[in-house]
Each structure stands twice: as structure tokens, then as C-alpha cells.
Design a protein around this ligand. Structure first.
Ligand code: ATP
Length: 240
């Protein structure tokens, strides 16, 4: 579960990137965070994950306060950033072992998980190569695998589908569904609205730091008395 109450963040004391954000994402839900470029999605995700501090408001992950109880809160989630260009000198397997070490995943459990994940994401052959030699999509996949290797309760993914080939994209979406159906939480940002429409239990649309709508897609159609697609409604809302 992720809870944000009255969260606000300005950069340089001027640009209000996020303003008075209230959001609750319960267990068992895939939640899509949508918005045009510069809307405040990454800023929000960075606050949820404790990378930057909000100026105001409170954030809790499974009840743990991200600032006051940071270690306990950070144990609850796995985070895939929007750029997968990290740890480039490590080999794929070294990176996964590093992540497993940080999260204290026992030796036997990590071996099995790495094998399973590598198979699901078609990465078995690539594990011995450095991340530097990977394509963008392969870097994205190794980041996702690094997060999943410690089996976090809450998944927080910033644009996770960018650069993935159709099979990997399908696999990730399938895994997101399985994760939510097992009573856990998936929070992700995306610009791919067809995916959000099909995959998410609920979505929030943010623009200029404010939530314009939060709910299910049918609720959204009902609210705007429209049978338009999520893409059309998104464009109408964010261009208004
Ligand atoms: N480090 C920073 N310093 C100053 N302003 C910033 C910084 N990071 C983001 N901003 C500003 O905050 C606002 C929100 O940016 P943010 O990156 O959160 O948007 P986003 O919704 O993730 O966009 P995109 O879809 O393009 O990734 C924008 O106006 C952006 O220019």
C-alpha cells in the first residue's frame, strides 16, 4: 500500500512540480500514473522512493514513513528508474548478485530466482556480459530483474515498458498482474495509454503537479459522460 497526503515539491523555490497530492494505492492493485511531459510523475516517484524529500506532506509505504522510518519503508518496495543506464561496468549476473546481497536474499533462493527471471526475460545468455554491452531494452530488463530478485511487496516502476520488445513487454505485464493478484501493489508511470487502459485497475492523471482524475477507466468514462478511449479522454483533459 502506498499513501501520499498533502505532498508538495518545488524546485529552486519557484517551479511547483507537485502540489497538494493525495493518493492511496491499496494492496492488490495495478495503479497507472499518467501525465504529459513535465507533469510531475518522476518527481512524485522520487519522493515516494525517498530519493528526494517533499517540501510538505507525508508518504507511507505499507504504513512505514519514508523519511522517519526510511530503512523499513525502503525494504517494502522495489524501484525501477526511468533510465536504465546504471552500473554499466558490472556484468548482468554481478548486478543481480549485488542487488540480492543488499536485500539479504539467501544464496539458494537467489539462484532460483535469477534462473527463473533470466528465462522469463530471455536474458540467460547475456548474464555473463557487462551491462555496458547491452541494448537499451536489455538494460531495462536487467534493472527490472534486479528489483524482482528480492521479491518486494510494492513495485514502483517509472516508464518500465519503454524499450522492451513485445515478448518482454508481455512478460512484464503478465508479472505485474500476477503480483497484484497475489495481494501486492504495483505503481507505474507510462505514456502508453492503451497499456494503461487494459492493464490498470485504477489510473491517476496528473498535469502541472495536480491530479485531474483518479479512478477506474469506467468511472472516468462515467465522470466525463463519454465512451471515448483513455487516450482521447487524456488528451481532452490535459489540453484543456
Ligand atoms: N532537478 C530539477 N530541477 C528543476 N526543475 C525540475 C527538476 N526535475 C524536474 N523539474 C521540473 O519539475 C516539473 C516536473 O518534472 P517531472 O520530471 O516530475 O515530470 P514528468 O511527469 O516525470 O515528465 P516526463 O514524462 O517528461 O518524464 C517540470 O516542470 C520539470 O521541468
Amino acid at each position: 500500500m502506498i499513501e501520499l497526503k498533502g505532498v508538495a515539491k518545488s524546485y529552486n523555490g519557484t517551479t511547483k512540480a507537485v502540489d497538494q497530492l493525495d493518493l492511496t494505492i491499496p494492496k492488490g492493485e495495478i495503479f497507472g500514473f499518467l501525465g504529459p511531459n513535465g507533469a510531475g510523475k518522476t518527481t512524485t516517484i522520487k519522493m515516494i522512493t525517498g530519493i528526494i524529500r517533499p517540501d510538505q506532506g507525508e508518504i507511507r509505504i505499507n504504513g512505514k514513513h519514508i523519511e522517519k522510518d526510511a530503512i523499513a519503508a525502503k525494504r517494502q518496495f522495489g524501484y525501477v528508474p526511468d533510465s536504465p543506464d546504471l552500473f554499466l561496468r558490472l556484468k548482468g549476473l554481478e548486478y543481480l548478485s549485488f542487488m540480492a546481497d543488499i536485500y539479504e536474499v539467501p544464496e539458494q533462493v537467489r539462484k532460483e530466482r535469477i534462473l527463473q527471471l533470466a528465462e522469463r526475460f530471455d536474458m540467460t545468455e547475456a548474464l555473463g556480459d557487462t551491462i555496458q554491452s547491452y541494448s537499451h531494452g536489455m538494460r531495462q530488463k536487467i534493472m527490472i530483474m534486479g528489483v524482482l530478485v528480492h521479491h518486494p511487496e510494492v513495485w514502483i516502476l517509472d516508464e518500465p515498458l519503454t524499450g522492451l520488445d513485445p515478448k518482454s513487454s508481455y512478460t512484464l505485464k503478465e508479472m505485474m498482474r500476477e503480483h497484484a493478484d497475489s495481494g501486492r501493489t504495483v505503481f507505474f508511470s507510462t505514456h502508453v495509454l492503451e497499456v494503461a487502459e487494459k492493464l490498470c485497475d485504477r489510473v491517476a492523471i496528473i498535469n502541472k503537479g495536480h491530479i485531474l482524475f483518479c479512478g477506474t477507466f469506467p468511472e472516468m468514462q462515467q465522470h466525463f459522460q463519454s465512451n471515448h478511449s483513455l487516450e482521447s479522454l487524456f488528451l481532452e483533459l490535459t489540453q484543456a
